[in-house]
Ligand binder design. Structure first.
Ligand code: FES
Length: 433
């Protein structure tokens, strides 16, 4: 089923690459991060090409809940604890500027941009909310505590930031993409020594930006070790309620809420891709209990790369690849994450130093507990004796009966029933015989 966004926007179409070519900057991936990077490069007068293996916005960008906020769950306390207040402040400032940039761009784009307050609620952990408020005060983030939220849940309250926003992401990107230099249905199989191999010919580029949601070049950067993927679900309900804001549970497995017009978007069922966990059934049970007269109009799933410390990886792909850049690991906050990434990387591509790049450097320390959990998960699934194996690094695939796909718990690749790749890092189809 198409998501609400995919069903209600008209995205422009672009040609397929016909033969090998040359460009200054090649952007691989036509989701929000790649499109915004192309948009800023065009503004700066830089020669670029963007290639997308399907249609633009056909991946996770079309399956978001489209909340534009710098309040990424309880991130500020976590960042201060890991890196100190200076770096946490850079993270906040970069995301605040991203929100400002959307506000500015949406003045001339008809994409239903609306100012809304954002709330992070907790069912039972007041201590966490207090720590986040203290972190916000240190960083100068305008955040308040509210005792109750208009949701059918027993909470201990929420921390709230006013003047955040929501919009229709594909109406926005439809306007952004309109005059960009894009080739759709052009599949990149390999990048070697500045040459990118596609199924339509080779592209020679001085600089390459990998904006493919999950990076697929494993010879550098170790992204498959320092990220896992999380799957989550959304149902759009007609005849529910207006919650007048954007809400998310501080607990990973909790629910999220926002409205779009008459619809209530209820999200949740989050779990590591390939592992057992919630699904549409959990959301539908909640609908039945709390909004019994409502009707489900859309449903869709999202897939998000989760980093070791909650901050994205934006910058040079690896220490040894100075002409290759990456933007990934938005940890479910892809709207502001993609805007930060495209502003930082487009500056770097012009030789301009970004004051924010240190907060997102892909080369920061990997020594985090999640690294060992990711390693253990990979070892366990690699040794599992199942016939169906992932084409990425050979882990055992699990059948996802809710979505009829083969999912890999190691790094989150997914394949449809016929074996076609749905989600990277796998770049090759599998045999389902
Ligand atoms: Fe890496 Fe499957 S995604 S082995």
């Amino acid at each position: 089923m198409k998501s609400l966004w995919q069903d209600t926007a008209n995205l422009p179409s672009f040609p397929t690459l016909q033969e090998g070519t040359k460009t200054d900057v090649l952007i691989i991936g036509g989701g929000i991060a790649g499109l915004l990077t192309a948009y800023f490069l065009k503004e700066k007068g830089i020669d670029y090409i963007l290639v997308e293996k399907d249609k633009i916005c056909s991946g996770v960008t079309g399956n978001t809940t489209a909340k534009i906020t710098y309040q990424h769950s309880l991130i500020f306390h976590r960042l201060i604890k890991s890196y100190g207040a200076d770096k946490a402040k850079l993270y906040y400032e970069a995301n605040r500027l991203a929100l400002e940039k959307y506000r500015e761009m949406c003045l001339s784009i008809d994409c239903e941009f609306e100012e809304k307050s954002n709330f992070v609620y907790s069912l039972d952990n007041m201590k966490k909310l207090v720590k986040e408020l203290q972190a916000a005060e240190i960083l100068g983030v305008p955040m308040k505590y509210v005792k109750s939220v208009p949701l059918p849940l027993d909470t201990v309250g929420a921390v709230m930031c006013e003047n955040q926003a929501q919009f229709h992401p594909l109406k926005f990107l439809s306007a952004v993409a309109k005059d960009l230099n894009i080739y759709e249905n052009t599949f990149v199989s390999e990048v070697r020594d500045g040459t990118t191999v596609t199924d339509k010919g080779n592209i020679t580029a001085e600089k390459i930006v990998v904006a493919t949601h999950f990076p697929f070049i494993d010879s550098h950067g170790s992204y498959y070790m320092k990220m896992y993927q999380s799957r989550s679900y959304v149902i759009a309900l007609e005849g529910a309620v207006d919650v007048e804001g954007m809400y998310i549970d501080e607990c990973d497995k909790g629910l999220s809420f926002r409205n779009y017009g008459e619809l209530l978007l209820l999200g949740g069922g989050s779990h590591r891709t390939g592992k057992k966990g919630g699904s549409y059934s959990e959301l539908r049970a909640f609908r039945k209990q709390h909004y019994p007269t409502s009707r489900e109009k859309y449903h869709w799933a999202a897939q998000d790369p989760i980093t070791l410390d909650g901050a994205p990886y934006i910058g040079h792909y690896s220490k040894r690849t100075h002409d290759m850049y990456v933007m990934t690991g938005f940890n479910k906050w892809g709207m502001t994450g993609a805007m930060c990434a495209s502003m930082i990387v487009s500056d770097m591509l012009c030789g301009k130093d970004s004051p924010y790049k240190d907060a997102f450097s892909p080369h920061r320390s990997m020594i985090k507990p999640q690294l060992f959990l990711n390693g253990a998960e990979t070892a366990l699934n690699f040794l599992t004796p199942t016939k169906k194996r992932c084409s990425h690094l050979g882990c055992a695939l699990k059948w996802n009966s809710a979505e009829k796909s083969w999912d890999c718990p190691c790094h989150g690749s997914r394949f449809d029933e016929s074996g076609k790749v749905l989600d990277k890092p796998a770049n090759k189809d599998i045999s389902t015989l």
